[in-house]
Design a protein around this ligand. Structure first.
Ligand SMILES: C[S@@+](CC[C@H](N)C(=O)[O-])C[C@H]1O[C@@H](n2cnc3c(N)ncnc32)[C@H](O)[C@@H]1O
Length: 206
């Protein structure tokens, strides 16, 4: 059986007991190196997911008769390898165990509800994903990466005349967590801030 398990945003306190339990009973663990290094893998067969997704999928199929756990960050239902597994290996029965998403951590830090927010991601994707939700949504939250950083997104929004509040969460739940609550204008002038959660509360329509 293959189970995709979300282990939360990074801090061990934010891994659920259910996730810990299933990882503890797994024969095979598959995941990114940073994630597998953050959990106890003693006695398990380990396979690191690198840029070559095909070899990870092959390994997954090869081990599907064992108790195989694919470890993902945050929640498996939010921009994880789950969709690729379902699409590329449709014959494989797959379970998922939820985790605390990085976006939940950001909204908890600013003590704000998120049911009226439009979510997207430019992580490994293009700015088209952002453009699809900009304009008709006042509240947007997106995952960024090391190329489309939070300041790069702010510059893109500024060019399109979108201003307002911008909240950036980097390394959420880690000891070096950064939370920046600023404006689109000010964020556009900043550097760094790769692979973050970015929340925009657009001033348009106010
Ligand atoms: C492949 S997506 C995984 C999202 C994950 N499934 C979730 O629910 O948080 C990776 C992106 O999630 C965001 N992310 C994951 N963990 C994070 C953390 N601890 N702090 C800030 N952003 C994080 C970053 O935008 C990163 O580029």
């Amino acid at each position: 059986m293959v189970t995709v398990v979300g282990i939360g945003p990074g801090h061990p306190d934010l891994i659920t007991p259910a996730a810990q339990k299933i990882i503890g009973t797994a024969d095979v663990l598959i995941g990114g190196k940073r994630l597998l290094d953050s959990i106890d893998t003693t006695g398990k067969e380990i396979f690191y997911i690198t840029g070559h997704i095909d070899s990870a999928l092959k390994e997954l199929e090869r081990n599907s008769d064992k108790s195989t756990v694919v470890v993902v960050s945050g929640d498996p239902g939010f921009y994880s390898i789950l969709r690729t597994i379902r699409n590329r290996l449709p014959h494989l029965p797959v379970n998922a165990v939820p985790g605390i998403s990085s976006v939940q951590v950001l909204f908890a830090l600013i003590a704000q509800e998120w049911q009226d927010v439009a979510f997207t991601s430019v992580h490994g994707r293009s700015l088209d994903e952002l453009d699809k939700v900009t304009g008709h949504n006042k509240k947007i939250c997106l995952l960024t990466d090391d190329k489309l950083t939070a300041p790069a997104i702010a510059r893109h929004l500024r060019e399109r005349g979108v201003g307002g509040r911008a909240v950036v969460g980097k390394n959420l739940s880690y000891p070096d967590q950064e939370l920046i609550d600023t404006t689109v204008e000010a964020l556009a002038e900043m550097d760094g801030l790769e692979s973050c959660v970015l929340y925009i509360e657009a001033a348009i329509g106010d």
